[in-house]
Design a protein around this ligand. Sequence first.
Ligand code: R5P
Length: 295
Amino acid sequence: MLIFGGSASEVLAIRVARELGQDVSRLEVKKFPDGEKYIRVLDDVAGRDVLAIQSIYHKPDEYLLELLFLVNTLKDLEARRVVAVVPYFAYARQDQRFNPGESVSFEIVTKLIEYAGIDEIYTIDTHLHRVPDISRMFKIPAHNLSATRLLAKYVKENFTLRNPLVIGPDEEAQQWASIAAKELNTDHDVLEKKRLGPERVEIKPKELNARNRDIVVIDDIISTGGTIVEAIRGLQKEGASNIVVACTHPVLAGNALTKIYQAGAHSIIGTDTIPSPIGYVSVSPLIAEICWRQG
Ligand code: R5P
């Protein structure tokens, strides 16, 4: 399978290709003076199966359009199958019309992806609140993988935790907390979060079995850091010891990292779905496995 990485995921694509013992395929991406994107596929893809990796973070509109150009060009150049991996899938939160007149971005994006000609799509820890399964949003085969095991494995191998407890900062994080707890061979719990706005959350006090225990807080996304900061405060009130924070997608808007360290986190780790200073865990083995499964 040929591996292409869009400009949002160039390094990740190289890591995946290395896992598979091959080189990444060549792609030219540039911008015209007016800001338009230009894509040129430099390797022969006719009759080949192709994996196109492009995360949609920080500049989601631009990276999405580039993904659409890339896969449509690959199909046009007669690639046999194009499998897309979108490690961070933006737009998934707006999966319904919450207020009159809003566009349902998730639906529009899935239609565009299908229209571009992708045969199958993989995402990683996509923020699915109301949609239980990503395959319901697509007509093509769609899968949502999880990096939680990789994160938990990293924590296990790199930290000496005393009587650890895994905490999900809200109800949705239950799924990741339980997987991480299993990997760390310990128990888990979740906090109760109320979102007051895009940047403000409140974590309700809750009795936890956290006293004198090292804590691993695990979530899918750290965006503004508000959720994690509130979680840390709550855990400290409960007498927690060292707090290690782990997330799949380090969006890290503004000074999120500083805020979390200032709140008292011992360490913060993330994956490379989004390039960041905390990308200690690569999702490349997860993606390489897709290629092995495709044969
Ligand atoms: C929301 O439910 C997600 O799982 C994350 O907790 C959220 O995106 C984190 O956002 P922030 O860092 O801005 O609090």
